[in-house]
Design a protein around this ligand. Sequence first.
Ligand SMILES: [Fe+2]
Ligand SMILES: [Fe+2]
Length: 197
Amino acid sequence: MNAAKEPKTERMKGGKPFLTDVKELRAKARVSIEKGAVTPAYQGDVTQTIEILQAVLATEIVCVLRYTMNAVAAAGISSDSVKKEFDEHAQEEQGHMRAVAERINQLGGTPNFNPEGLAMRSASQYVEGNNLVEMIKENLVAERIACEHYRELIRYFGDDDATTRVMMEGILVNEEEHANDMHDLLVAHEGKPMLSR
Ligand SMILES: [Fe+2]
Ligand SMILES: [Fe+2]
C-alpha cells in the first residue's frame, strides 16, 4: 500500500500535532469493537464511571418522582404557579435521567432502573413534604445536593472522560436554575430565604 496516499493528519493545531495517523485510528477503532463508544484512548475507569453514573441515574429518577408527586399534590392558595413549576422541573429531570441512562449504555453498562434499592442508590432523599412550603424547601435541599454532586463529578472526570463531563456540565446549568427557582418560590411564600448560603 502506498503510504503517501493514506490520509495523514499532519496538520498542526495550536502548535501541537492532533490525532494520530488516520489509518492507525481506524485500526484501533476496529479492535474491541464490542466496547462501543469506549475506545483505547478512553482515560477513565469504565467500571467506576458506570458505577458513578448509576448513582447519578438513581438521583435523577428520585427527582422525577418527587417533582411529579409534588405537582399532583400541591394544593392551596397560589399553588397553581408552583404546580406548573414542579411539572416543568419533573420534565427536565426526566431529560437528565434519560441522558445519564444513555451514557451508561454507551459505556457498555445497563442503566439500573430497578425500583428496589432506588432510594439507597440516590444521593438525595425522597421527601414528599406535607405542605407547599415544605415541598419547595425539600426540593431546594435536593437541588443543592444535586449541584454539589455534579460540581464534584465534573472535577473528577476532567479530561479523562470529556463526554461525561460535558453532559454533566449541561445538567448542572439546569440544576442551578432549579435551585434558583425553588429559592425564589420559597422567598415568595415565606418572605425570606430559609437556607443560609
Ligand atoms: Fe436533575
Ligand atoms: Fe433539578
